[in-house]
Design a protein around this ligand. Structure first.
Ligand code: 9MR
Length: 697
């Protein structure tokens, strides 16, 4: 968005627009030939393939999601083991002393058992998700009795139905000591509490495998790993009952440490089974998943793998997209690499698993996974679009200190079961930002508007927000314009008071912008990162799209090398509000730029490129074949706008990669009463949602 009255400009003729050849150098990614050593996968689902070597492939399950058809379909198709994600924890099963609740856990166990899926029990003794009354115990004998009773009662309830129990979870401290962490159990009962728990568990259900489960014990040389190893060796030497060790495997983008297989093999050599119990990997790189699966496959006592959730949106790390299925339930490239690694030999699988080109949504959707296709064939964007628009979903909500005319420039992410929307609020007196969240679009109009001028973001000119989760720093960023390109950070997106004061990406306007901006405005900053670099795009209302660059490691600092990424001699054809996205499961990036059409109305044009620093080729980029314009949008609930203006695509995740799924796109946008006029800053902008109606999937 820009700031000043542009009525005269919006009337300006955009003749020649269609003919304007915008900065195009052919640059779309080309198809790679199929790899001659494409693996032959024997089964097309994870559970079936794992079963071929006597292993299970499981997932964490939440009772509350079992009614979700997409979720349960994937669950039953792909997995032959389940772990209740939270329902068997102490705070769920014995919230008050001696009173046990099994409803939600029973739901999972009964459902799984009826379908022939095995169940892992998680978890009996853990310092976390422990009800306050246990933590409040101060007497060792009382605590010992309470712990034994808890183990016995829960295990008895599920006797014969659980293949492995996490008897004790996360009892070791991080860091260099290799010691137990402090907890009420450790503090009152001493080191012996773990042994006590295992002995009690064996008596309760002698048929269940008894596991010790922990995170950050995958690296053989880590002190924590060594501490757990010494304990297991000691237990085996003294006959303390222990059958298995669970490696949670919550990995960063790099995946498992190089010596993970060594760790698994060394524990197995003590005479215990090993299991990967809570696998998730930031950004789900194909090679990292393949390496993890392969480490298990190469150790005969590695009896199974459990991923910690089904779709990215189900994950406790949803902002990092760490799972095998995207938010819509589509298989991600990592699915194919995991499936391949489950069924193959190391050499050929390594090459193919690490190449995103060999894993395609279309190929993995098909019943037979023996074919591989180029990623661009799989999920590439169509060359033309049609949409259906909602009515007005969000309108300004003025209060005693905010008299708002327009709600504009929305940015949206889905996180923790809620939509989080940031937008500009405009009035004759200027611009600032607002935040709202809601569970469902139908609730959007009733959401509370939190004015961000009350946070450290402060009053004054702030507009055109863009929100994303910067996974490497585990921090939310809000990018916006202040005259400079600015940002604030927050560790909790749902806390409107948590945003930091504005900081600038640049010390001042880069020279190249100063030289080209003419009488335009520097607006609409947009950040997107690939696995190595971050890029900052901005517009000048004068026919230029700029791009600066820094490394992922340096972000948010170091933006330099500002160049013109796209330009058009007709400034209205390449005006403002640019968005750039990664198209999931492809090598494509998508650029949208808002234009002002020959009718004076706002609309979007689109381009694609094979890399963020590449050149952009037109996709749907004309008035007659637009990305989104009144002429390709249906308004079943009434034509409330003729402008399809500044907004954002609904993304597949939350993170800095700004990944979108090409299936059934949705675009949150600003529109306004076609008859409204007058002062630009006082126009009655409202927010609505477009849903693609010509999607091939
Ligand atoms: O995924 C679980 C999440 O829903 C809970 O809020 C969280 C509470 O601590 O526990 C998560 O699961 C944890 C597991 O039980 C033990 N290892 C770490 C997992 C991720 O935090």
């Amino acid at each position: 968005m820009n700031l000043l009255n542009r009525l005269s400009r919006r009337r300006a003729s955009a003749l020649g627009l269609l003919a304007a050849a915008v900065m195009v150098v052919p640059g779309t990614a080309t198809a790679a030939p199929e790899s001659p050593d494409s693996p032959e996968v024997k089964a097309s689902t994870l559970g079936a393939q794992a079963a071929q070597t006597g292993r299970y492939f499981g997932t964490a399950v939440a009772a509350g999601k079992l009614g979700d058809g997409t979720y349960s379909t994937i669950l039953d198709r792909e997995f032959n083991s389940v772990t209740p994600e939270n329902e068997m924890k102490w705070d769920a099963t014995e919230r008050t002393r001696g009173s046990f609740t099994f409803g939600p856990a029973d739901q999972i166990v009964n459902r799984a058992t009826a379908r022939g899926q095995r169940v892992r029990g998680h978890t009996l003794v853990w310092h976390s998700q422990l009800p306050g009354w246990v933590g409040g115990i101060t007497d060792a004998n009382t605590l010992r009795g309470v712990m034994n009773n808890h183990i016995t009662t829960v295990m008895n309830h599920y006797k014969g139905r659980i293949h492995s129990w996490d008897v004790v979870n996360e009892a070791f401290a991080d860091g260099t000591g290799g010691q137990h962490r402090p907890s009420v159990f450790q503090n009152l009962l001493g080191d012996g509490f773990i042994e006590q728990a295992f002995r009690t568990a064996r008596s309760a259900d002698p048929a269940a495998k008894l596991c010790y489960n922990d995170y950050n014990i995958e690296n053989w040389t880590a002190a924590k790993t060594q501490g757990v190893y010494r304990m297991v060796r000691d237990f085996k030497a003294r006959g303390v009952p222990i059958d298995c060790v669970g490696f949670q495997a919550h990995f960063g983008t790099g995946g498992p440490p190089a010596n993970f297989q060594t760790t698994l093999a060394n524990f197995a050599a003590l005479g215990v089974d090993v299991q990967i119990t809570e696998l998730d990997i930031a950004q789900a790189p194909t090679a990292a998943y393949a390496n993890t699966v392969r480490a298990c496959m190469n150790v005969s006592r590695c009896t199974g793998i459990t991923v910690w959730g089904i779709r990215d949106s189900d994950s406790w790390r949803a902002g990092e997209n760490p799972l095998l299925f995207d938010r819509s339930g589509n298989k991600k490239p990592a699915f194919q690499s995991a499936l391949t690694a489950l069924g193959g030999t190391a050499a050929t699988r390594t090459a193919s698993a690490s190449s995103p080109r060999t894993a395609s949504t279309a190929a993995t959707r098909s019943a037979s996974a023996t074919t591989t296709r180029n990623a661009n064939d799989a999920a590439a964007l169509p060359g033309s679009y049609s949409w259906s628009s909602s009515g007005v979903l969000m309108s300004p909500k003025s209060d005693s200190t905010h008299n708002i005319a327009g709600l504009k420039d929305p940015s949206v992410v889905y996180h923790n079961g809620r939509w989080h929307v940031f937008a500009s609020v405009a009035s004759a007196s200027g611009y600032n930002l607002v935040y709202l969240n809601f569970t469902d679009w139908s609730q959007a109009s009733s959401a509370t508007h939190h004015y961000l001028d009350r946070s450290a973001i402060g009053t004054g000119y702030r507009a055109a927000p863009q929100v994303f989760y910067f996974a490497p720093q585990r921090t939310w960023y809000l990018v916006y314009q202040t005259g400079n390109a600015s940002y604030s950070t927050n560790t909790d997106i749902s806390n409107p008071n948590g945003w930091s004061a504005p900081r600038h990406f640049y010390s001042s306007m880069p020279d190249i912008i100063r030289q080209n901006i003419g009488s335009g405005y520097w607006v609409d900053m947009w950040v997107i990162c690939d696995s190595a670099n971050c890029y900052l795009f901005s517009s000048d209302d004068n026919g230029h799209l700029y791009r600066s660059q820094t490394t992922l490691g340096q972000f948010p600092n170091g933006f330099t090398n500002t160049v013109i990424a796209a330009q058009d001699p007709n400034k209205y054809a390449l005006f403002e509000a640019s968005n750039v996205y990664k198209v999931q499961d492809t090598n494509q990036y998508l650029l949208l730029v808002e234009a002002i059409g020959s009718d004076g109305r706002r609309y979007f044009r689109s381009w694609t490129a094979g890399s963020l620093a590449g050149s952009w080729s037109p996709l749907a980029a004309s008035e007659s074949n637009p990305f989104a314009r009144a002429n390709n949008v249906a308004f079943p609930s009434g034509t409330w706008t003729r402008d399809i203006s500044h907004g954002e695509l609904v993304r597949a995740g939350n993170d800095q990669t700004l990944t979108v799924n090409s299936c059934r796109l949705q675009y949150l946008y600003q529109g306004k009463d076609p008859n409204a006029g007058g002062d630009y800053n006082s126009l009655p902008w409202r927010l609505g949602l477009l849903t693609q109606t010509n999607s091939a999937c």
